[in-house]
Design a protein around this ligand. Structure first.
Ligand code: MG
Length: 386
């Protein structure tokens, strides 16, 4: 595809990319952003997303979202919107597929526990860890650590960053110091993440029996589509009604985001990807009305689902597994397998500068839910073979 003629002037173009950290020959059959996308799909951290928690721990049931299926939903929503806005679909997809690579096992509970463990050692943040995965921790290529992705993909993965970390990141961190925006494809992947999880968490929450249709009908956005669907198809099976309602909610949010973003882009008069970066505010966003509906939905999910006692019980156990592992490895780093040290001892690369706490955090963050549980048993349960 000829990006210059087919994409909007403010879309990212592979030809004008700020490039990769290590120079490489141009891909022969793909665009640079397609190559990024392909490298992400082939990396080990991507495969491990299959066994990492979104909200429900993997062993709670086979029907719930995992971080992998969540990631695929985000990529799919983001691509549709990118196409409608004539943005770079390949770059959008690459960012979406990489956005959760740095997540610990057990979702946010795992991150919070690891962050608390790392408080004295620079902390732990999943978004920053995603960047570590793609720039450092994946060891697949002869010539460099990480996946050597383009600047725009790395920029998109790093959604937020404190000033201290930003300073250490050079060009990639500069926008946090200058208070600039990321490219539109990054803004879009972020919005698609929100659309995906808000809606699939309703579906998973209902399936788990932790929230009810009656509770959801107190939410205007759910109630309006619920009434619409039951008016048209009164006798449908309950699960099918729910799917129809959620489908309509996703559509409404996607359409609102496209229309609002189109208007914002027109009003801002931006004519290049750099003009987008320098513009004082994000240009991908919902209307005020949809923003308010989404906020209510988020609050509902926080109060009724993420704080449900069954979720809390699981996250409480998860935090114990994470902090238990961390403390054991810090107390005696010789408990770490060689694979965790492998990164640290390779003098050709940069890992040997890592402190023991960071090596432990990288090792724990890379675990799947079930591996973390198994590892915990291997460390603490005398009956467990090591
Ligand atoms: Mg996500």
């Amino acid at each position: 595809m000829d990006e210059m003629t087919q994409l909007a002037p403010y879309a990212a173009k592979a030809d004008t990319s700020r490039g990769r950290e290590y120079k490489e020959a141009l891909p022969s059959q793909r665009s640079e952003y397609q190559r990024d996308r392909d490298r992400i799909v082939h990396c080990g951290a991507f495969r491990r997303l299959e066994y990492k928690t979104q909200v429900f721990v993997n062993h709670e049931g086979d029907m719930f979202r995992t971080r992998l299926t969540h990631t695929i939903e985000v990529a799919q929503i983001a691509r549709s919107i990118a196409r409608a806005l004539k943005l770079n679909e390949d770059l959008t997809e690459a960012i979406a597929l990489a956005h959760d690579l740095g997540h610990t096992p057990f979702g946010h509970a795992g991150q919070d526990a690891l962050n608390a463990c790392m408080r004295e050692h620079g902390g732990f943040e999943h978004n920053f860890q995603s960047l570590r995965v793609i720039t450092l921790l994946e060891q697949r290529y002869a010539d460099f650590d990480g996946l050597n992705l383009t600047f725009e993909t790395r920029e998109g993965v790093l959604k937020h960053c404190n000033k201290e970390r930003a300073k250490a990141l050079g060009a990639l961190g500069q926008r946090f110091i200058n208070r600039e925006q990321p490219g539109l494809e990054a803004q879009l992947a972020n919005a698609a993440d929100e659309i995906a999880y808000n809606n699939h968490d309703i579906d998973d929450g209902l399936r788990a029996g932790m929230i009810s249709v009656e509770q959801l009908r107190t939410l205007p956005i759910f109630a309006s589509y619920y009434d619409q669907v039951t008016d048209i198809y009164g006798t449908l099976a309950p699960r099918r009604i729910i799917h129809e309602v959620i489908r309509r909610m996703v559509n409404a949010q996607v359409n609102d985001l496209i229309a609002t973003s189109k208007a914002k882009l027109k009003d801002a008069g931006v004519d290049s990807a750099d003009a987008v970066r320098q513009y004082g505010a994000p240009l991908i966003g919902f209307s005020e009305e949809m923003g308010a509906l989404n906020l209510e939905l988020k609050r509902f999910l926080r109060d009724k689902l993420y704080c449900h006692y069954r979720v809390k019980r699981m996250t409480n156990k998860a935090a114990k597994v994470i902090s238990g592992l961390y403390e054991a490895f810090i107390a005696d780093p010789q408990l770490l397998p060689e694979s965790a040290y492998g990164l640290a001892e390779d003098d050709n690369h940069r890992h040997h500068k890592n402190s023991t706490p960071r090596i432990v955090a990288d090792y724990i963050a890379g675990m799947t839910d079930r591996f973390a549980i198994k590892e915990y048993a291997r460390i603490f349960d005398p009956r467990e073979l090591t």
